[in-house]
Design a protein around this ligand. Structure first.
Ligand code: IVH
Length: 686
């Protein structure tokens, strides 16, 4: 080995870490990306020639070569607690008063607090041994999380090696997606016909659980740290939270820089007030402020409840409202014929995203709130992605504008819209309405229904527009040739020209095979997929199990249907009405002649040996890698039941982050609590 290889490699490590820190921790790079890449390249070349110089802490070793196979459960050394919320200045003052009472001191005592921004991400625990990052674990249920070490290693803000000599510690913080990376993730998901993430927290949780480390790297996760849990005793010289933050920064950990020392609760109130608006200037989302007692000894005195430390509180920002012009009110028709009005708005920025459409619920709501086209309206975006119109800003011009009138004919098919007197929802009752068919086909081919992959929204639009498909049965008459002729035109990303996409032979062959495969999906999926009002996955499974075939269900009386467990009178009536409609009878015969399995033979056979039969699950909190729907489907597919509340009959409570009273009840009743990893393990076994 040339004698200068080792010192040069070490010098490069240090330079690279220095520049990673400048870029990812301080957002203040000193060199260009190209210069940084050159340093990395040189180090890679040295390491390729001298493999003995490679160690896991080398900056070249962040991205592992192999995909991760899954995540193991890992117990936290000390529970990762959650925080109690405060929603107003008075609730902050009440928190202060509680603290004073707990410390048995006068309520006008002015403590030193530290106020930090509350990052909208997910919490993570990082273990460093001898200064080296050895483990990264998600919060999970607070007691047990998932070991996501390979994914944590690709977050460049997180040091693989701490600066200086550091005792063994666990460092806690927040992993998050900056706004730009969050928007990009959602754009990609929408392009792939996947539902966008409602907030950066869900997006970060999804990213950290991705099995392909290189893909995690591409997502662009960042992190901030805010807590040190010493492994062996205390860090003797660190007695305040301010000192903790300084220590973390000294070790090279990312610390969000806008924290402030606040003397007295009124200074905290002022800080929270300021960040209600200043949050917009940040490149990442925050959902509040975290207020912490500065003195670590006082913290130890007040301690914690089972769920929250008494020394900290989360101030949550009120839901953001903005005003903009309501250009017009338009309506959509859903697959069941439901007509929903929505607002077309002059584009406006709400919580960092541009909003142009907002829901208006129904005709009655529009009239109750007296929302008129042309009004300036108040728009609100809560935790969810879809904003809503709260009401008009009533000015002089408002009265001069005509009241909005619900259309009486369907804009998609021209048929008369109907509304029974006692209901508020208007419907297009035409089963052949192209809008209904489009939505219906999307639902029919969805993963939980007939599971026809590759038939995205835009291709369904094409099939309907070209008159190739008028109902579900027509799907089964499609051939590779017909599918291959499909093409659609959309604007190029810069909006300057029209781009034509062709479905193509290869895609057509794949989708034709998917359609063929869906014939064997079985009665439960079919009943769910054809979109009978009020029949969800659970109801469809129960009906399939009880009757075994479409013929038997068609012959059943309304009383017999109502007698099925999990099926109530509303569902029974809807099922009978659907089956009695002559056009649906024709549709069923056509599906049957196309070879679609109308029996529950598969289901019945599986149900007989259903591993989770007789077991009841309650889902609570946010699971890091699964939506509740997905978790519910995994349970139901294996014969288990999902219930809404915990009782002695509950077999398992599956608890994610921020699980509330259901988790407490489970513990009180001695019901087994599973985190996502344990749940996945159970499902895998089942
Ligand atoms: S301290 C025991 N500081 O908010 C207290 N949490 O709602 C530990 N969070 O679970 C949390 N930014 O995931 C703390 N600056 C910050 C935070 C923060 C975001 C998250 C964290 C926690 C949740 C509680």
């Amino acid at each position: 080995m040339p004698s200068d290889a080792r010192p040069r490699a070490q010098a490069l490590w240090q330079q690279i870490r220095h520049h990673e820190e400048r870029y990812y921790v301080h957002d203040n790079p000193e060199i260009t990306d190209a210069e940084f890449d050159a340093l990395m390249r040189e180090l890679r070349e040295i390491e390729a020639a001298h493999p003995e110089l490679v160690s896991p802490e080398s900056p070249t070793q962040r991205v592992g070569g192999r995909p991760v196979e899954g995540f193991a459960a890992a117990e936290h050394a000390a529970p990762m607690l959650s925080l109690e919320n405060a929603y107003s200045a008075d609730e902050l003052r009440a928190f202060h008063a509680r603290l004073c009472r707990a410390l048995e001191i006068a309520e006008d005592t002015e403590f030193d607090y530290v106020a930090e921004l509350k990052i909208d991400g997910l919490s993570i625990a990082l273990t460093y041994e001898d200064g080296r990052l050895v483990r990264g674990v998600t919060r999970g249920d607070g007691v047990t999380g998932e070991d996501v070490t390979p994914n944590v290693r690709v977050i460049r803000a997180i040091p693989l090696q701490l600066n200086g000599t550091v005792p063994s510690v666990e460092i806690r913080g927040e992993v998050f997606l900056p706004r730009a990376a969050f928007d990009k993730t959602n754009e990609e998901r929408e392009a792939a016909d996947e539902a966008p993430f409602a907030n950066p927290r869900n997006a970060a949780a999804g990213a950290i659980r991705t099995l392909d480390t290189a893909a995690v790297d591409r997502r662009g996760l960042r992190a901030f740290t805010y807590q040190v849990v010493p492994r062996d005793g205390e860090l003797a010289d660190v007695v305040t939270h301010r000192a903790t933050l300084a220590t973390l920064a000294g070790w090279g950990c990312p610390v969000e820089p806008h924290w402030a020392a606040c003397h007295g609760i009124e200074a905290v109130v002022a800080y929270c007030d300021r960040w209600k608006t200043e949050r917009r200037s940040l490149p990442f989302e925050i959902d509040g402020v975290v207020i912490k007692l500065d003195d670590l000894a006082l913290r130890a005195t007040v301690g914690a409840t089972a769920k929250f430390p008494r020394w900290a509180v989360a101030f949550k920002f009120p839901t953001e409202q903005v005003t903009t012009r309501l250009l017009r009110i338009d309506v959509n028709v859903g697959r069941t014929g439901r007509v929903t009005p929505f607002a077309v708005l002059e584009p406006v920025l709400v919580s960092g995203t541009t909003v142009q459409l907002a829901t208006l619920h129904n005709e009655q709501e529009i009239s109750r709130r007296d929302i008129r086209e042309g009004d300036v309206v108040i728009v609100e975006k809560g935790g969810e992605i879809i904003p809503k119109v709260i009401g008009p800003v009533v000015d002089e011009a408002h009265e001069t504008r005509p009241r909005w009138v619900m259309p009486t004919t369907c804009k998609f098919c021209g048929s008369d819209l109907q509304k029974p007197d006692e209901e508020v929802i208007w419907r297009c009752e035409n089963v052949s309405c192209p809008a209904r068919i489009r939505r219906g086909l999307q639902h029919f081919s969805a993963r939980k229904a007939m599971n026809i992959e590759g038939l995205g929204e835009s291709w369904i639009d094409e099939l309907v527009t070209r008159g190739l498909v008028h109902d579900y049965a027509d799907l089964y008459a499609l051939t590779v040739e017909k599918l291959a002729t499909l093409s659609s035109t959309a604007k190029s990303p810069d909006g300057t020209k029209d781009v034509t996409r062709k479905f193509g032979e290869k895609n057509a062959t794949k989708v034709a095979a998917e359609i063929e495969k869906s014939k064997g999906a079985g009665l439960a999926r079919l009943l769910f997929g054809i979109g009978i009002r009020h029949v969800g996955e659970g109801g469809a499974s129960a009906l399939a199990r009880a009757f075994g075939s479409m013929d038997a269900l068609c012959a059943a009386t309304i009383d017999a249907i109502e007698a099925v467990p999990d099926v109530g009178p509303v569902v029974a009536k809807a099922v009978r009405q659907f089956l009695d409609a002559p056009e649906n009878g024709v549709l069923m015969s056509r599906l049957a002649s196309a070879g679609v399995d109308m029996t529950a033979q598969n289901v019945a056979a599986t149900f007989a040996s259903q591993p989770l039969a007789g077991q009841t699950f309650v889902l609570t909190g946010t699971l890091p890698g699964l939506t509740r729907d997905e978790a519910g489907a995994l349970i139901v597919e294996r014969g288990g039941k999902v219930a809404g509340s915990v009782s002695k009959k509950t077999t398992y409570v599956v608890a994610g982050a921020d699980a509330g009273s259901k988790l407490d009840k489970a513990r009180a009743l001695g019901v087994t609590v599973l985190d996502e990893a344990a749940f996945q393990a159970l499902i895998m076994k089942a």
